[in-house]
Each structure stands twice: as structure tokens, then as C-alpha cells.
Design a protein around this ligand. Structure first.
Ligand SMILES: *Cc1c(COP(=O)(O)O)cnc(C)c1O
Length: 715
């Protein structure tokens, strides 16, 4: 059958399932067709293929001898889609016909689909990819933001400017989701001031389907047509309207598609209204009374909290709740106070606003934080919800975040893994024994591979900076200067993430004189590459960013600090694959987990991080570097000062001496030993397969009523 498809058809099918994006060979095929266009089109194969008629593509493929690799890739994909001996087939059978519905306000799957803003979205994307690889029955539910998150530019004064593009559904691998009646699904949600309608789009992520709702349709009035235009924009009114579309609309979409989930997994509280819709379904369709419907909904609910600061949780006032949830509450037989009580720690406290996190806790029996330390913080923070329990008995556990290995590991690195690890290692990434073999990589080979990736990063950064400089009208001399910036022999430090103030991107400026000295040593060159976006309405974050931009222009730093515009999955991939050291210095304990450092590990980079989030669990004294001894201080200024000084100290006393200690072949043997140790001790734990397996075992199976839900035997 597949043999009868043309090359163009095969590639078009591949392009319409994001599975291709975690196959290095597939990306290589698309790139080879036209490397320049591939880059200009943001690695979007749907657009690339549109530029080729079947005949023209045949000619090109003939030139490049692509046929056999395309056939191989296509066959591999077919086998992947049809296989029935996955981990999930044996370990998650209870989910078979009642999949997990995974709700998230953002999904970061690939740079060509800009419906994510940062770590939360990329985590959701990695969750879907690992669920697909493991064969775990799961569907994703989110929103399609047709203007996405923004494209970042920095103006002459160092201030961030936001550009919004309009993403066309026809340019992306998405299609209307078709319901059980054979028609494209449209859902509606009633409010007291009118009905909001949404269409539903389907995106294939390997074996997993992701459904995204969008309100830009003629059925809606002007306000609602733009409701899902942008991610995290607008005030609380836009926010609550987006959230009922996501939660209530999302679950209705699944119903129309004939999907009745066995588990509702809420990735952050944004989607907690889904639980209320589930209660309604159980009351109306199964005829249960409210209390029982609520209990049963909570049984199937699984909630992941990500935010360790009270201000970070969505809260709505009574009027907004009444306007938007009033009609649904009436169907549940709840009066206004009863409804408000579901979003309050103390249901009777009229001074409390309605909190989505509280609602999510009340609608799920299983709740978790995203690292061990974050678990401690979350239990303390939410203890008032369970006033009769001691702190360590608060029912919030933790599942530490992880990253999807095939998405973040460089192809060249993968070659080394393939050589020394068991043949099927990538199917067993959650097993420590599998990673132990990394010890057998020869130091020279590992170092050379790393150097090659670092050179690639430097070329990428130079190109990006030259492109920006041209846009600002820089002259040729200036562009030439930029084109030779960055030194492949320098210790290269990367820092890239959202510019949220707690992440303290400009921490080094608290000890600037000493940091200058670090960068000024001609014999042991050190350079830093920064990237990141500030939230459009976060002026504090933008100021932090401007501080960094000023550093890049500081002539005493000899061009050793650079900033790359428009941080996204693509920029992230280059950075985490090419840096020597990944710097992470959040104000402890505010980084719930962090995941970018985990991506670095897979590629042989070393972490230099405050002992917060995942690093507080991962660091063993020899697999990277720690800033601070894991203390916190109530006074932010004191804490910042101490951490900055310790950061410079660790650079001077540990990082730099080890990095520049070379043998006769110019290989830093001690450093390479640490690279290996990092892969061996961290790779198996901080990956998304392990994470999804943990969720299946600790949450999904019990929530779906599977075996491990059985009560412990009464003795
Ligand atoms: C992985 C990733 C993040 C998460 O970074 P943290 O340092 O964990 O906050 C953010 N943005 C993008 C584009 C990523 O790929």
C-alpha cells in the first residue's frame, strides 16, 4: 500500500505528524531539500513542501538520492503508529478505552507552532511526546492562539518590543477535529452575558492527539473572536473566558469526539473548570447527586501545581465567577455562595476571592508538585486547605519534571549513545542501568563531539546577531565585527529562560567588579550567551533584560557577553546542545523545577545552579556545580548579594580551573569525567519517559480505578 504513494505524499504524511520532529533523520531529510528555506520557514515542513510540486520534488530527491531514506523513515513511522507492544500496552491497560485527558493552557511542541511561552508549555509538549513513545492512552486539550506568543525584538534602548504574527491553520499540521456525527466539532459555553463558541483543531503528536480550541469564528461577537488570539494577554476577564473555553469547552469537545476520559490531568490550575463540567456530566448523564458526582470527579482528577508563590495563582472576583460559571453552577444545583466556596480555602470566608488552584485541589484526589523541594513548599503553602492534618500529611506529593530525550539530544550526541548503550536504550530511558554504559565513551570522542556542537552554536549566534544588526542599519564594519564575535576556545556559559524577575538573569551584576575580572582574563577566556523573553506586561522583567543588554554593550567586557533575540524552542535547542556550562540562579525556592538544565545534561553540558527545583535533587557534589549551600534569606537583597558572590567564587575556584586543566591533547580530562558522570547520574531520572511512567503509576492508574487503587488491606 505505502509503496504506491509518491515521495511527495509520503513526506506530506510525515509532515502532518509531529513525530518527525523527534527523528533526527527526518529533520535531516527536510533540511537537505533546501537548507536556506528550511531555516527561513522556521523548520515547518508543511510550508517547505508547498514550494514543491510532486515533479519538482522527485527531481530534487533524485539529485540527493533521498528515496531510500524517505522510504525508510515512512516505514519506521508506520511501524511506530501500528505497534502494539509498547510499555503502555502492558502497564496502562486500564486506560485503554478511557484515556487520560491532559489539559494545559500551553503546549510547546515545536518552534513552528508558537502556542507556548516557556517551561510550562514545553513540559506539556514533552509529556505528550513521551506518552506517545510509551504508548500511554492520552489526549491533549489546549487552546489554539492564532497570534501565538510574541516575536521578540529589542530596540536601541534595550527595551523589548513585541510583534505578533497571524498563524494560519493551513500553514500548520492541523485539521478540523471531526466528531462522531462526521462533522467538524463546534462547542459552546454559556455565560450570563451570552454564549461563546469554539471550533476544535486536531494535531497529531506521534500516537497522541492534541485538540486545540479556537474562538475566531463568525458565531462569536467581536470580543470573543479575539479571545484565543494571544497567550496570556488581556486582563482577568479575558483570562476567565479563555479558561472556561479551555476547561468546559475542552471537555465538551472530547465528548463530541466520542472520547470519555478516565482521568483528567490538569497541568496547572488554568483548566480546573473542566472538573465542574465533569460533575455536570455525571449528574445529568449518570443521574448522580451533586456530592457523589463531585467525589467521583475528584477520584479521576489529577492536578499538577507549578507555582510556589501565592501571587502566581489565578484568582477571580465574585462577579466574574457569577457571570461565567453561574449558568453551569445552576445546573449543578449550587447557589452562588456554594460555587464560590469551591474556589476558597475557607468556603465561608466572603473576603476570599475564587482561586483556580484551590478549585483544582478540590476536584482532584491526587495532586503533585514538580520537584521534591517544591513539594515541601507546596504542602506548607496549601496546608490551610487541610487544617486537620499535619504538614507532612498534606496530600500533595511530587513528580519531578523531565525532558523528552529524543527532542533535546543532538543527533551527533545520539551517535555516541547508540555506540555505547544497549541497542534499545531509547525505549528504556527510565532505567539507570541503561545509562551506566555512557562511562565507556572515549574522552577524546566526547570532547570532540561537544566541541563540534559548540562551534555550531557559535555560528548560529553570530548569524542571529548579524541579522538583528542589519535590521538596525549597522554598517558593514560593524556586521563584520559581530560575525567574528565569540571564541570557540572560551569557556561558554549559557543563560536562557523567561525573564521572570525571580530567575535573576542579571544576578552577576550584584558582584560586577569581580565578574568583570572573570571575563577579563586573557589566558582563560570566558564568555556568556543570554536569551529570553519577558512577559509583555512585566516591566520589571523587561528592566532585568535591559540590564543584560547594557552589559553586552559594556566595552570593558570585550564582547564577551552577548544576547540572542527571540528565545524559542529552536534557540533553546542550539544553546543547550552547545554550551559548556548552563547557569541557573533563581531565588530559592521559587524555581519549582526548571527543565532547561536537564536538556543540557543530555548533551554533555554541566550545570552551575542554585540548589533549587530539580537541581536540589540531582546534584551529588561531582556531577556539576552548586551555587550557595541551599539556604534562603528573608531579605532578598542579602540573598541576592550572597548568591552573586558565591557564583563568582565557584567560577573562580571550581569551574574555570577544571575547565582549563588540559592534558597533552588539550582535553580537560577532569571536566570530561564530570560530563560523563552528569549523563550517567542524571539522564535516567530527569527525562520525560520516567516522568510519564511516574504519573501513570502514581496517578493515572489509581484515578482510572485500576488495581493499585485498592485500599491497603485492613490488618
Ligand atoms: C525548556 C524551555 C524552557 C524552560 O526553561 P527553564 O530554565 O526550566 O525555565 C523555557 N523556554 C523554552 C523555549 C524551553 O525550551
Amino acid at each position: 500500500m505505502s509503496e504506491q504513494l509518491t515521495l511527495h505524499e509520503k513526506l506530506s504524511h510525515l509532515a502532518r505528524n509531529y513525530w518527525w520532529s523527534w527523528q533526527p533523520d527526518a529533520a535531516a531529510i527536510f533540511r537537505s531539500i533546501d537548507p536556506a528555506r528550511w531555516s527561513e520557514l522556521d523548520h515547518n515542513p508543511v510550508l517547505l513542501l508547498r514550494e514543491y510540486t510532486p515533479d519538482k520534488l522527485e527531481d530534487r530527491a533524485h539529485q540527493l538520492s533521498l528515496h531510500s531514506s524517505v522510504n525508510r523513515m515512512y516505514r519506521k513511522w508506520q511501524e511506530y503508529m501500528q505497534s502494539d507492544d509498547t510499555w503502555g500496552d502492558t502497564q496502562a491497560t486500564v486506560l485503554g478505552h478511557r484515556p487520560t485527558a491532559y489539559f494545559s493552557a500551553e503546549f510547546g511542541l515545536h518552534e513552528s507552532l508558537p502556542v507556548y511561552s516557556g517551561g510550562l508549555g514545553v513540559l506539556a509538549g514533552d509529556h505528550l511526546k513521551s506518552a506517545s513513545d510509551l504508548g500511554v492512552p492520552l489526549v491533549g486539550v489546549g487552546l489554539f492562539y492564532d497570534e501565538g506568543y510574541f516575536f521578540q525584538k529589542v530596540d536601541e534602548t534595550g527595551w523589548q518590543q513585541e510583534d505578533y504574527i497571524h498563524a494560519k491553520t493551513t500553514d500548520l499540521p492541523m485539521r478540523p477535529a471531526v466528531g462522531t456525527d462526521g462533522k467538524p466539532v463546534k462547542v459552546s459555553v454559556q455565560t450570563r452575558t451570552g454564549t461563546i463558541y469554539a471550533t476544535v483543531w486536531r494535531i497529531d503528536v506521534g500516537r497522541v492527539r492534541l485538540f486545540l480550541l479556537n474562538t475566531d469564528i463568525p458565531d462569536n461577537g467581536e470580543e470573543d473572536r479575539t479571545l484565543t488570539a494571544r497567550l496570556y494577554s488581556g486582563g482577568t476577564r479575558t483570562r476567565i473566558r479563555q479558561e472556561i473555553v479551555l476547561g468546559v469547552g475542552g471537555l465538551r469537545a472530547l465528548t463530541a469526539l466520542g472520547i470519555r476520559p478516565g482521568v483528567i490531568h490538569m497541568n496547572e490550575g488554568h483548566s480546573a473548570f473542566a472538573g465542574l463540567e465533569m460533575v455536570r456530566m455525571k449528574m445529568q448523564e449518570d443521574g448522580l447527586p451533586f456530592d457523589q458526582a463531585l467525589r467521583e470527579t475528584a477520584m479521576m482528577g489529577c492536578f499538577t501545581t507549578h507555582t510556589p508563590v501565592p501571587a502566581g495563582h489565578d484568582r477571580f472576583d465574585s462577579d466574574l465567577i457569577n457571570e461565567h460559571i453561574g449558568p453551569l453552577a445552576e445546573q449543578l444545583g449550587l447557589d452562588h455562595r456554594g460555587l464560590l466556596g469551591l474556589g476558597r480555602v475557607d468556603p465561608h470566608n466572603d473576603g476570599e476571592s475564587f482561586c483556580m488552584t484551590v478549585l483544582a485541589f478540590k476536584l482532584s484526589r491526587r495532586a503533585n508538585a514538580v520537584s521534591s523541594l517544591h513539594g515541601v513548599v507546596s504542602r506548607r503553602m496549601w496546608a490551610p486547605l487541610w487544617p486537620w492534618r499535619a504538614e507532612e500529611e498534606i496530600p500533595i506529593g511530587h513528580v519531578t519534571n523531565g525532558v523528552h530525550v529524543p527532542s533535546w539530544m543532538a543527533a551527533q550526541m545520539r551517535v555516541l549513545y547508540d555506540r555505547v548503550l544497549p541497542l534499545d536504550w531509547y525505549l528504556r530511558t527510565g532505567e539507570p542501568e541503561v545509562w551506566a554504559g555512557f562511562e565507556n565513551v572515549t574522552p577524546g570522542e566526547l570532547w570532540e563531539t561537544h566541541q563540534a556542537l559548540k562551534n555550531r552554536l557559535i555560528l548560529f549566534v553570530r548569524q542571529r546577531m548579524m541579522r538583528s544588526a542589519r535590521r538596525y542599519g549597522a554598517d558593514n564594519a560593524e556586521i563584520d565585527r559581530i560575525g567574528s564575535m565569540l571564541d570557540p576556545n572560551a569557556l561558554t556559559i549559557g543563560f536562557a529562560r523567561r525573564f521572570a524577575p525571580y530567575k535573576r538573569a542579571d544576578l552577576v551584576m550584584r558582584d560586577l567588579e569581580n565578574f568583570r575580572r572573570v571575563l577579563g582574563d586573557e589566558n582563560r577566556p570566558v564568555q556568556v550567551i543570554y536569551a529570553g523573553k519577558a512577559h509583555p506586561r512585566d516591566d520589571l522583567g523587561k528592566e532585568v533584560m535591559r540590564n543584560i543588554i547594557r552589559l553586552t554593550g559594556d566595552t570593558s567586557l570585550l564582547g564577551r557577553v552577548v544576547f540572542v533575540e527571540n528565545y524559542d524552542i529552536n534557540v533553546c535547542r542550539h544553546l543547550i546542545q552547545g554550551v559548556d556550562v548552563w547557569l541557573n540562579n533563581p531565588r530559592r525556592p521559587l524555581e519549582a523545577s526548571g527543565t532547561s538544565g536537564q536538556k543540557v545534561v543530555l548533551n554533555g553540558g554541566l550545570n552551575l545552579s542554585v540548589l533549587d527545583g530539580w537541581w536540589a535533587e540531582g546534584y551529588d557534589g561531582k556531577n556539576g556545580f552548586a551555587i550557595g549551600g541551599g539556604q534562603t534569606h528573608v531579605d532578598y537583597a542579602v540573598q541576592d548579594q550572597r548568591d552573586a558572590q558565591d557564583l563568582v567564587r565557584v567560577l573562580n575556584e571550581e569551574v574555570i580551573p577544571i575547565y582549563f586543566d588540559r592534558d597533552r591533547d588539550d582535553i580537560p580530562q577532569k571536566w570530561v569525567k564530570m560530563m560523563k558522570r552528569a549523563v550517567r547520574t542524571l539522564g535516567w531520572r530527569f527525562n520525560a519517559d520516567r516522568m510519564v511512567m511516574d504519573y501513570v503509576k502514581s496517578s493515572y492508574i489509581p484515578a482510572a480505578g485500576g488495581l493499585s487503587c485498592a485500599m491497603p488491606p485492613a490488618v
